[in-house]
Each structure stands twice: as C-alpha cells, then as structure tokens.
Design a protein around this ligand. Structure first.
Ligand code: SAH
Length: 267
C-alpha cells in the first residue's frame, strides 16, 4: 500500500512538474510576444532593438553614402544620428535603412537615404543658417536639416502628414523645426529670406516665390520635371541679381501639387 501510495504521488509530482514547465514556457512565449509591442521607441531604450537599428544605420552610412560621393562629415554624422525607422510606417520599419524610398501614406514617399544626404550636402549648411523645406512628408529630411542648422521652416500640403510630422519631430526632441500646413509653392514669406531652400517634390518650373525668398548668396536644391517623367535635380545659387544653376543628376520625385497648377493664382 505504502509503495503504491509512493508511486501515485511520484506520478502526481511528475504531472505537477510538467504542468509547471508548460506554464513557464507559455509565460516566456507571452512575454516575448507582448514586450516588443509595448516597449518604448527603440531610440529611447538601450538594448538589442536600439543596437540593431544603430548597426543598420552605420552600415547605411558606410555603404550607401560614403561608398558613393557623400563626403561632408557633418552630413554623415547627422545621417548616423537620426533614427530613420521612427519616420516610416510600422510595416516598413524593417526596410527603414534600405537603399530605396518607402511609402509614407497618402500616395507620398520618404526619399532614399542617399538622395536625402546628397541634397543636404549640396546646401553647404552652417550652424547659423535658417532653412526652408518644401514637402515635409514624414519629417525625416527636416530632422536631418535640424541637426545641421539653426532653424528649419517646413511646409506640407497634406494636412494629416503635416500634423503627424509635427508630433513626431516634437516627440523626438526637435525644437528648431517649425511645420506649416500649406502650399509650399509660395514659400513661407513671414520667415524669409532663407540661407537655403530644399524642395522635396518636383514642380515643372522653379517657383519664382522661392527664388525671391532666397538670401543673396543662398543655395536652393530642387528637382524639376514632369510628374513620373524625367526630372533633373538642380543646385541654384543666388548671387546678387544673378541666378546660377547647376544640373546635378536625374531623379524621380512625387509631383509638387497645389495652386501653381492653376497658373499660380490660387493660394
Ligand atoms: N521630405 C519628405 C519626403 C517628401 S515627399 C521626407 O523626408 O519624408 C514630398 C512631399 O511633398 C509630400 O508629402 C507631398 O504631400 C508634399 N507636397 C507636394 N506638393 C506640395 C506643395 N505644393 N507644398 C507643400 N508640400 C507639397
């Protein structure tokens, strides 16, 4: 009897242990599933996720930028600092540091990292500069600019994108970026003139209001060309009455929409 009792309790002990093991395994699985979703953004946490993105960012700088013609040390450092994965929709995060543009909703895109770096390098920014960006989109280009100059003024024609970018930039601690919802064809008169202007959507001609809002000695980088067709990235310099343009390369940008499509009369 006593032996049988012992055997029974041994069996029960094994059963209890097995159940406990299962419960622990289930708990570990559950923590693994839940934690990455509820954890704060990667950049605010030390740990594997932040390390992983930092490594991807370092590789992006090394291979996509230094491996091409990006040589400005400050631009490279900014590209290595700004958490690009924070600017792309959740479902594209794993591709945030890949060598191509990504959708950001409303039919718009965040530019390829190389194009962001190239356009920024062409602006030759100084820490005291005031810069105007047309086409805020995700706010990523604005964040890169904000790392390199004093104030960034950025205009976005899609209200939802303007609001989202403003919130995102605030959350990431950028206090020197000012976002406005409006038609960037007309620039941002109240804060003009600007040391530099960057346009991240393509009009079919250089908007005269942007030339007018550029300081003497100022630089503008702008893609110009038909929607979906061959567009050229231009570097424009204003020297007194003279406007000097340099053809940089062929590019593909989303079109600059807005009032100018109706002949520049709407605002
Ligand atoms: N610089 C952005 C990407 C730009 S995509 C980034 O870093 O994510 C181009 C953006 O230009 C789109 O968000 C589009 O809505 C905006 N845009 C198009 N026409 C515009 C206009 N007339 N004024 C302001 N923004 C415009």
């Amino acid at each position: 009897m006593a032996r049988q009792g012992f055997r029974w309790s041994a069996r029960r002990l094994i059963g209890v242990l097995a159940a406990a093991c299962l419960a622990i395994a289930a708990l570990i699985w559950l923590i693994g599933r839940v934690c990455p979703r509820t954890a704060p953004p990667a950049e605010t946490t030390a740990g594997p996720a932040a390390d992983h993105y930092a490594e991807e960012r370092a590789n992006m700088v090394k291979f996509q930028l230094m491996g091409r013609d990006i040589t400005d040390k400050d631009v490279l450092a900014a590209m290595e600092r700004v958490p690009r994965h924070e600017f792309v929709p959740e479902e594209y995060r794993s591709q945030a540091y890949a060598d191509h543009p990504l959708p950001i909703g409303y039919g718009q895109t965040i530019s390829q990292p190389y194009i962001v770096a190239l356009m920024t390098q062409l602006l030759e920014l100084r820490p005291t500069d005031k810069v105007l960006e047309i086409g805020t989109g995700s706010g990523y280009q604005a964040a890169i600019l904000a790392e390199l100059c004093k104030e960034v003024y950025t205009v976005e024609i899609i209200k939802e994108l303007a609001e989202q970018a403003e919130k995102r930039l605030k959350r990431l601690g950028y206090t020197n970026v000012h976002v406005k919802h409006g038609d960037g064809y007309y620039g941002w008169e109240e804060h003009a003139p600007f040391d530099a202007i960057i346009v991240t959507a393509a009009p079919d001609h250089i908007p005269p209001p942007l030339i007018a809002q550029l300081k003497d000695g100022g630089r503008m980088v702008i893609p110009v060309g038909p929607p979906g067709g061959y567009q050229t990235l231009w570097l424009v310099k204003k020297e007194g009455e003279k406007i000097i343009t340099r053809n940089i390369t062929g590019v593909i940008f989303v079109p600059l929409t807005g009032g100018h499509e109706m002949g520049g009369r709407e605002q």
